[in-house]
Design a binder for this molecule. Structure first.
Ligand SMILES: O=C(O)C1=C[C@@H](OP(=O)(O)O)[C@@H](O)[C@H](O)C1
Ligand SMILES: C=C(OP(=O)(O)O)C(=O)O
Length: 433
């Protein structure tokens, strides 16, 4: 008898329009920024409603390895006692496991360097192919010693004297996280940091604004000083208490269920103003023909009778691509998702992954260098591979609503940002309000 693959998840098919209210856990991007800042603050900080998932647990483990203390004994919050301001010369080199988390691999190395720690930066095999050369080059320019020849994970970093800082130029066209990581650490450089981007367009711009905003919350003077220039004044962040907003990119997956089934899904605690890229899903939902209403801190999306195809530039909000592609692949007509070449350096090459898996489900898809055209919708079931990418699981769940027999390989990979995803999905389908 063959052994059943327990991680194969039959994505539920919608038998009726989905009607539910879904409260989603905290934002990954905000949680990991708050953790990083709290680790180097002058006083302890408390983060309320943090996301607890693989990426945030890796970030907590990373700051612990650097010498911070984490107290998660109270449900729904985490208190962080910062690491000592300067490393003692006798500290043994710590190892930081980045898993597949872009935020950990781009935020921790500059932070470790700034605080004079020696660390080995490692991660999943798949993290070894994520772009890291810009960060390694920037750190070398700042005088940090890094394993000779290394351009990606794993590498050793040695910076006993901290970082003097000043003005540096980088090419952040592969990821906004290079900018965010250097800015977060820049306040700890002796002279602060002026960071200039020099290259093709920087993707995911809202995430840079998020970085500046979280730094200002911790009392740091950080701002954009030009179209492609940011400046951070030197200073230690002060301790803070903050409540994390729900993760709007993860919320988008549930709102997508309303769009493809012609139902209604509401997400409470939606922030009226936010730097989260996921907020852009409101506009995408409207383009698909859905109605979007925001009242009393709750966002409700009501699906159309027929989903309209779309033609959109997702360069600023690339992390919404897998779910947007899934909705587009439930729509008759041709959709085009543009400005997403940098997604080839995400958890997996998302253009290749989406194109391959949607094609398996009978959709006709063209993969361009930096775009996807979905010519005709998915129409048959099949095994949907997820490539260690949480958002591929979420995309598959949306497709499962509109196509019979979608089976998701390695559903557990969704724990990168949403360990309770399948339970929340079932609850939504059961119409929980
Ligand atoms: O800083 C962050 O929290 C993120 C920035 C973006 O990365 P890229 O700029 O690499 O797209 C985004 O896609 C990722 O999910 C999270
Ligand atoms: C690109 C993503 O993650 P990471 O933070 O690992 O880059 C994502 O969550 O879509």
């Amino acid at each position: 008898m063959t052994q059943r693959d327990v991680s194969l998840w039959p994505a539920p098919r919608a038998t009726a329009p989905v009607r539910a209210t879904v409260a989603v856990p905290g934002s990954k991007s905000l949680t990991n920024r708050y953790i990083a800042l709290a680790a180097v603050a002058a006083e302890p900080s408390t983060i309320i409603n943090p996301l607890i998932s693989r990426d945030t647990e890796l970030m907590l483990a990373a700051i612990t390895a650097l010498g911070a203390e984490v107290d998660d004994s109270t449900d729904g919050q985490v208190t962080i006692t910062p690491l000592p301001a300067t490393a003692s010369g006798t500290d043994a080199a710590a190892t930081v496991d980045c898993g597949l988390a872009g935020t950990v691999m781009r935020f921790i190395p500059p932070l470790a360097a700034a605080t004079g720690r020696s660390v080995r930066i490692d991660g999943d095999a798949q993290a070894y192919v994520r772009p890291m050369d810009t960060m390694i080059g920037a750190l070398r320019d700042l005088g940090v010693e890094i394993t000779a020849g290394a351009t990606s994970l794993p590498f050793d970093l040695h910076s006993p004297g901290g970082v003097a800082g000043g003005r540096i130029e980088i090419d952040a066209s592969a990821s906004s996280q290079f900018v965010s990581g250097l800015l977060l650490a820049g306040c700890l450089f002796d002279d602060g940091l002026t960071l200039v981007h020099n290259g093709d367009a920087v993707p995911s711009r809202p995430h840079i604004e998020m970085t500046l905003e979280t730094m200002r919350l911790a009392g740091i003077d950080a701002s954009a000083t030009g179209e492609d220039e940011w400046t951070v004044a030197p200073g230690r962040p002060r301790g803070f208490t903050v409540t994390v907003e729900p993760d709007l990119s993860n919320a988008a997956t549930f709102l997508a269920a309303a769009i493809v089934t012609g139902g209604q899904v509401c997400v409470p605690h939606w922030p009226a103003e936010t730097t989260q890229a996921g907020d852009a899903f409101r506009g995408l939902a409207a383009e698909f023909g859905a109605q979007v209403a925001f009242a009393d801190d709750t966002l409700c999306v009501t699906g159309p009778e027929a989903v309209a195809p779309i033609d959109v530039d997702l360069s600023a909000v690339g992390e919404l691509t897998p779910v947007t592609a899934a909705v587009a692949a439930c729509a008759p007509g041709e959709s085009r998702l543009r400005g997403i070449g940098h997604l080839r350096g995400h958890e997996t090459d998302r253009l290749a992954a989406l194109s391959t898996e949607l094609t398996k489900l009978g959709a006709k898809v063209t993969e361009h260098a930096d775009a996807l055209t979905i010519h005709t919708p998915a129409r048959i079931g099949g095994r949907f591979a997820t490539y260690h990418d949480h958002r591929m699981v979420m995309a598959a769940a949306v497709l499962g609503l509109c196509v019979d027999g979608v089976e998701v390989i390695d559903v557990g990979t969704v724990a990168k940002t949403m360990p309770a995803f399948t339970q929340l999905w079932s609850g939504m389908l059961a119409g929980e309000r």
